[in-house]
Ligand binder design. Structure first.
Ligand SMILES: Nc1nc2c(ncn2[C@@H]2O[C@H](COP(=O)(O)OP(=O)(O)OP(=O)(O)O)[C@@H](O)[C@H]2O)c(=O)[nH]1
Ligand SMILES: [Zn+2]
Length: 466
């Protein structure tokens, strides 16, 4: 009834631009905000008819939650603040405050406070994801209960998928020389994944006290031939930790590596004894709240555990010498230098998610060096050693390259068979406006659609025949 009334009235007296703008911001709902578009169309009839013009959804998106660039400084009202998401659990996000509105009374004590936030539902409706590491605008801040609501997300500089973290500047790939032993092929997988995202990489090799000095030296030479400069450390004997603390300063870093190599142990030692990191308690000021049935109270030391304790350190399995996956959630731990450090769950087998056949050669610094300046004669060459190709086979990781290429080929083929398109993340290029090349993501249309019973039956019959 209300809607009909609204429609009729709006038909007779089309609402003004600013009137609708206010209604949108008052969260009346997406449906009604389309009235804003019709009002806009009345003012400018070409708005949606011009094929060059952005779609209605794009306008709506831009209007309801305008994209903020990282350098934007939106004017904050008294109840707003800007912060970074440190961790996410269920529907709650923990945001560390970085900026508050200017006031006559110094508000420095609010900087660094941790707020428990929910996300504005509208962001999900218009397809804006919110990840750990995102810079966000929060509203309705309750400084006493330390609660707020995330109402907008700033643009991302980078995004990694596994684990999902935004705005990562640096990846620290940690392996151990022993227990579990470093596997060059697994290390190559981690490196290829990191190179494909285009984030700066540092390799650190832990537990160096468990092997001889000769072994350490041989790994140094080996990794240099791969065009990487490794760092060596031992959390057990506290060797080489200063250098690692130095590389982590002033940026958001994520530690990745197989399970059991000592990621959590390294984080704990950096937080407890190195100037590069500060204690959680100094930043995350305790709050009282009720989450997932767990009463959390800043006054009760027993319950402080959940968010302020050290990263839990696991055991190395006696049977296979591999770690046993101790770390579960991604959490950004604030560092003194202004940056953050995140621990991630360890993966024993790393699957290349977004690397395509075309992208793979660019993920090997050895190949990049060989084809520098367009020395390879062929366009889109897979560098398989054909005559005229600049890439030779006389480097250590060449067979890993071939192995990964084969793996991606099989994966792409099976996806093509299954869904009728190549792996998601593939990009097709086509000529756009004014001869500018535009990239279009190849999204799989059938992924979320169930196979029909007829097709299932036919496939089964086919399989039985052969
Ligand atoms: N000998 C030796 N053991 C270490 C060293 N660093 C860590 N460890 C041990 O390695 C085991 C695994 O450490 P974690 O820190 O849990 O490993 P992780 O990489 O975080 O493992 P996940 O959480 O499963 O990903 C623990 O028993 C640590 O005590 C080291 O430098 N030398
Ligand atoms: Zn080539």
């Amino acid at each position: 009834m209300k809607n009909i009334f609204f429609r009729r009235r709006s038909h007779l007296h089309p609402p003004s631009y600013s009137d609708l703008q206010r209604r949108c911001w008052n969260r009346i709902g997406i449906r009604r905000s389309f009235y804003f578009l019709s009002a806009r169309r009345q003012e400018n009839p070409n708005v949606s008819r011009n094929p060059q013009h952005p779609s209605q959804k794009t306008i709506l998106r831009a209007f309801l939650a305008p994209v903020l660039s990282l350098d934007d400084k939106p004017k904050l009202n008294k109840l707003q603040a800007i912060g970074t998401i440190a961790t996410a659990q269920a529907d709650y996000m923990r945001v560390i405050v970085q900026d508050v509105p200017e006031s006559d009374y110094g508000d420095d004590d609010k900087i660094g406070v941790e707020l428990l936030c929910v996300v504005r539902k509208l962001l999900k409706k218009i397809g804006r994801t919110v990840l750990v590491g995102d810079k966000v605008l929060v509203d309705k801040v309750d400084w006493i209960d330390r609660r707020a609501k995330i109402i907008n997300v700033f643009d991302r500089v980078s995004e990694i998928l596994e684990p999902p973290v935004a705005n990562v500047d640096h990846l620290l790939i940690l392996f151990s020389l022993d227990q579990p032993k470093i596997d060059p092929f697994t290390l190559t997988r981690f490196l290829v994944e990191a190179e494909s995202i285009g984030i700066r990489v540092t390799i650190a090799l832990n537990k160096c006290e468990l092997v001889t000095q000769e072994e350490v030296e041989s790994w140094k030479i080996r990794l240099r031939s791969w065009n990487y400069e490794p760092l060596f450390c031992s959390v057990g004997t506290k060797v080489g930790l200063d250098e690692i603390a130095f590389t982590l300063q002033n940026q958001t870093s994520v530690i990745v590596g197989p399970s059991g190599v000592g990621k959590s142990s390294l984080i704990n030692i950096l937080r407890s004894s190195y100037g590069g990191a500060i204690k959680h308690e100094e930043v995350f000021k305790p709050v009282s709240f009720f989450i997932l049935g767990l009463m959390y109270d800043g006054q009760k030391k027993k319950n402080k555990k959940k968010w302020f304790e050290d990263q839990s350190v696991g055991q190395v399995s006696h049977r296979n010498g591999l770690g046993k996956h101790t770390t579960r959630n991604v959490t950004l731990l604030p560092l003194c230098g202004g940056g953050y450090l995140a621990d991630t769950p360890g993966f024993n087998k790393h699957k290349l998610l977004k690397v395509t056949k075309q992208k793979l050669p660019l993920c090997f610094p050895e190949i990049r060096k060989m084809v520098e300046g367009g020395k390879c004669e062929f366009k889109n060459c897979s560098h398989l050693g054909v005559y005229g190709c600049a890439v030779t086979g006389d480097w250590e990781r060449y067979h890993y390259y071939l192995q990964l290429l084969e793996e991606i080929r099989i994966d792409e083929e099976s996806q093509l068979k299954k869904y009728g398109t190549k792996r998601e993340g593939g990009v097709s290029c086509h000529m756009g406006e004014k001869g500018v090349e535009q990239a279009k993501p190849q999204i799989d249309p059938k992924k979320y659609r169930r196979e029909s019973r007829k097709t299932m039956k036919q496939t089964m019959m086919k399989e039985l025949e052969f």
